[in-house]
Design a protein around this ligand. Structure first.
Ligand code: AMP
Length: 541
């Protein structure tokens, strides 16, 4: 027997429609890449998203067509999220930090018909256009006054011209909630990038889960500034979660440096933010240098790479901002786990709870996970056994876009994350490594993440990476590669001594090398494939 409830399909446009009606005058504030601050409301954003929808239809965009964006976190990018998906087309967010060859691959593979780009990326798109012939029209996300005097970009026009030609008298169409709404490619450090095609259903369910208190925990009282970019995994769902709850949304545009972020945190009264560890490490340095404090920021979610416990402690003790550690992937929309405490941890001091909060955390409802050994047999949740992390759920990828090959699913339908993890009896998952980065030494596995976290807790270390280097006796041994904090000195000998007694003897790094900077992927993760190349043949003295 079927239930007798309304079968209204979940649609992304429904979120903005809700915000425009019930949180009409709540603000969206954006720093514009072309300069200045733009300020309007959810009601106004909804009107402009409808104008955009009509413009897209006029340009012949059909359901299922991919519309690309090369854009920062701005109100126009927000409108594209809703306007493109609202007509049943696919908003394909492209990460401008990828290498040009990856960008060309992605734009051609996705077969984007239109491409919307910020002024910052004009030189980049002028180089890409001749090798991306399927893009029929390039749209500059600015007013016509910013259009170049001369350009060979096909169909070039300004976004504001496109919108001003339309009225907002448009009703969002109804369609199957499993219709695709957005597309994001993984950053692919070894293989070609792979497209994850989200649906309206997966996006709305994920956004609702993002609002849950132990997840991102968004509320109408919040002023939310996603530092995590809208060009990668939909800024962790915040551009959907904020309008669901009616929180003010602050979008930092191209100003991703610490000074610009801090200025916006303060001027807009931001209470909650989210981003990768690199952003917060840089911000911590900036705050310390200027003896600065946040007036309103109270909470931030850190994920995308392992959050060093030392960073959590510094933010909490020095800046009075709580860090929640979270884990996810492009393939999981991205939210998978968050490391908030449970009732049984009541009464623990911050120091006592740190080892729990430093883990990647417990699953968000909707996601299920398990760890398995090489034979696919489930391992116990004892916090010690580690194995391949598998996940499943309504916002986890089933297959990659246009791959022509089966995805990463097991025969019984679990997604292989490629991460190696433990799960403790309370359900807190901890990532030890990407499976490709695990160091195997004398039959034991060494977690590079544990060693990196420890290294970064040394006062003279700004950033650290650990990779395995060949060893005749042990197969592999850990090499620590360090960027020193400006103005501070530390020797290899001192750093090696720092590990003594803090990790098992066999896990201690064998050697330390100092570098000026570490290579990162387009999403801010340590690029260990590059480090392994740079240190190929490294012999421990
Ligand atoms: P991406 O698809 O670019 O978002 O990358 C996903 C990968 O980032 C995961 O499979 C993990 O290897 C890594 N990752 C994400 N969050 C964390 C975290 N909190 N700690 C450690 N690794 C993480």
């Amino acid at each position: 027997m079927l239930g007798l409830m309304m079968a209204e399909p979940l649609r992304v446009a429904g979120i903005l429609e809700h915000a425009a009606k019930w949180h009409a005058d709540t603000e969206i504030v954006a720093r514009l890449p072309e300069g200045g601050i733009h300020r309007y409301t959810y009601a106004a954003a909804h009107r402009r998203a409808k104008q955009l929808a009509k413009a897209l239809l006029r340009l012949g965009v059909a359901p299922g067509d991919r519309v690309g964006t090369l854009a920062w976190n701005t109100h126009r990018h927000f409108e594209l999220y809703y306007g493109v998906a609202g007509i049943g087309a696919v908003c394909h967010t492209v990460n401008p930090r990828l290498f040009p060859e990856q960008l060309v691959y992605i734009l051609n593979h996705a077969e984007d018909r239109l491409l919307f780009f910020d002024l910052t990326f004009l030189p980049l798109v002028e180089r890409l256009a001749p090798i991306c012939p399927q893009v029929e029209k390039w749209v500059l996300l600015a007013g016509p006054e910013h259009l170049p005097a001369q350009s060979a970009l096909p169909g070039l026009c300004s976004y504001e011209d496109l919108l001003s030609a339309e009225r907002a008298d448009y009703a969002w169409p109804l369609f199957d909630e499993n219709t695709a709404c957005s597309l994001c490619y993984t950053s692919g450090t070894t293989d070609q990038p792979k497209g994850v095609l989200y649906s309206h259903r997966s996006t709305v369910l994920h956004a609702l889960a993002a609002c849950l208190p132990d997840s991102l925990g968004c509320a109408a009282l919040d002023v939310i500034m996603p530092v995590v970019p809208m060009f990668h995994v939909n800024a962790w769902g915040l551009p959907y979660a904020a309008p669901i709850v009616g929180a003010k949304l602050v979008l930092p545009g191209a100003g991703m440096d610490s000074a610009s972020l801090y200025e916006l945190f303060e001027s807009e009264g931001v209470t909650f933010s989210a981003g990768v560890p690199t952003i917060w490490l840089a911000l911590l340095q900036f705050m310390r240098e200027g003896h600065r404090q946040f007036s309103t920021l109270r909470r931030t979610v850190v994920g995308g790479s392992s959050c060093p416990p030392a960073l959590m402690t510094a933010f909490e003790d020095e800046l009075h901002v709580t860090i929640t550690h979270a884990w996810g992937m492009t393939e999981t929309s991205p939210l998978g786990t968050g490391a908030r405490l449970t009732a049984k941890h009541k009464g623990l001091s911050a120091a006592e709870s740190l080892p729990i909060r430093a883990k990647q955390g417990r699953v968000v409802y909707g996601v299920d996970m398990k760890i398995v050994d090489d034979e696919g047999i489930a391992l116990p949740h004892n916090g010690m056994a580690f194995g391949d992390l598998l996940v499943r759920g309504p916002w986890v990828v089933r297959d990659y876009f246009g791959s022509g090959t089966p995805g990463e699913l097991t025969a019984d339908g679990w997604f292989r994350t490629g991460d190696v993890a433990t799960i403790d009896p309370d359900g807190y998952m901890q990532i030890t490594d990407r499976s490709k980065d695990v160091i195997k030494s004398g039959g034991e596995w060494i977690s590079s993440i544990d060693l990196e976290n420890l290294a970064i807790s040394h006062p003279a270390v700004a950033e650290a990476a650990v990779i395995g280097v060949p060893s005749a006796r042990w197969a592999e041994r850990p090499l620590l590669i360090v960027v020193r904090r400006p103005g501070l000195d530390v020797s290899a000998k001192e750093l090696l001594a720092f590990f003594k007694g803090k990790v098992a003897r066999f896990c201690e790094p064998d050697a330390v090398e100092f570098v000026d900077q570490l290579p990162h992927t387009a999403t801010g993760k340590l690029l260990k494939t590059q480090l392994r190349k740079d240190f190929a043949g490294y012999a421990v003295a």
